[in-house]
Design a protein around this ligand. Structure first.
Ligand SMILES: [Zn+2]
Length: 106
């Protein structure tokens, strides 16, 4: 009956919650997987904890369509690998912490 199917892997907890809210506002139930680990790790940067969005089988196609649309719209932006901030494509480094898309230079 209630089969939860992975539909999207969010880069970090913030994105997961944003998308969860968007799907729920469209009447779909959403579960997040991986967030408990993020909470347990606590001190580590957000980006180590990828969060998987799960939806029920009956909602999967709708959720997938919505998420593909979301990804298309957000193609012009990238998420900082260091602080998780969303940056416009015109920025080569994170406006917030100065890191590149792959994280801070070593
Ligand atoms: Zn950053």
């Amino acid at each position: 009956m209630n089969d939860w199917i992975p539909v999207y892997q969010a880069a970090h907890s913030l994105e997961a919650h944003t998308l969860k809210g968007a799907l729920e506002s469209r009447g779909m139930a959403v579960k997040l997987q991986g967030e408990a680990l993020a909470g347990a790790l606590g001190e580590l940067p957000m980006d180590v904890a990828q969060v998987t969005l799960l939806v029920q089988e009956k909602d999967w196609q709708r959720a997938r369509t919505f998420l593909q649309d979301y990804q298309r719209k957000s193609q012009g932006t990238w998420h900082c690998g260091s602080c998780g901030e969303e940056n416009d494509a015109s920025f080569e480094i994170c406006w917030r912490c100065g890191s590149g898309p792959e994280g801070p230079e070593q």
